[in-house]
Ligand binder design. Structure first.
Ligand code: NI
Length: 184
């Protein structure tokens, strides 16, 4: 039942109409569901996500950011098409060390902030052939893995910012809330 419902959800999507949602859209703040079926429809969705990520010059994009509550994200740390990769049903398996670097999000335009992250993580995920794999990353890749899995749990950098950073960005955040209210 679950897999039928999911297949229908994706198969009838107008992929061209997908756009990157902005804070404070509530769809960015709800936990995503496990992907039941890795099929051609999921592959087509991933291709569209690669396209949207590249057009926005991003290094990662999660399905909830295009309004789909599914546990899948794409990443491309170098910006080179050859380095694009999709992660279905990802889980952080190992985390180690600490770093704090400037981080931004395509769903929170105009806001970057220092965010504390683990400096090395190992991620387990399913690829588009349906095979489970593991990948370890440090630095930018580790940050992407943590930032994107946060999206799948409905968590944004806004939720990870300290109170001082929130204060510093209060105007930008207020403008985003205003834009959201005007566009709905
Ligand atoms: Ni993001």
């Amino acid at each position: 039942m679950a897999s039928m419902a999911q297949r229908d959800d994706i198969a009838h999507l107008d992929l061209a109409a997908l756009r990157i949602l902005h804070y404070p859209d509530p769809r960015l703040q709800q936990p995503a569901k496990t992907v039941q079926t890795v099929d051609a429809a999921l592959g087509a969705l991933v291709e569209r996500m690669f396209e949207l990520m590249a057009a926005a010059r991003g290094v990662g994009l999660a399905a909830p950011q295009v309004g789909l509550p599914l546990r899948v994200f794409v990443a491309c740390p170098t910006g080179e098409p050859a380095d694009r990769r999709a992660y279905v049903n990802p889980t952080l398996l190992e985390r180690d060390g600490q770093m704090e670097e400037e981080e931004g999000c395509l769903s929170v335009p105009g806001v970057t902030s220092h965010i504390k992250r683990f400096s090395r993580v190992t991620l387990g995920a399913t690829d588009l052939a349906g095979q489970r794999f593991q990948q370890s990353g440090q630095g930018l890749l580790a940050r992407i893995f943590q930032h994107e899995t946060d999206h799948l749990d409905g968590r944004l950098i806004v939720d990870r910012m300290g109170s001082l950073a929130r204060l510093a960005h209060r105007r930008a955040l207020r403008d985003l809330r205003k834009q959201f209210d005007e566009n709905r």
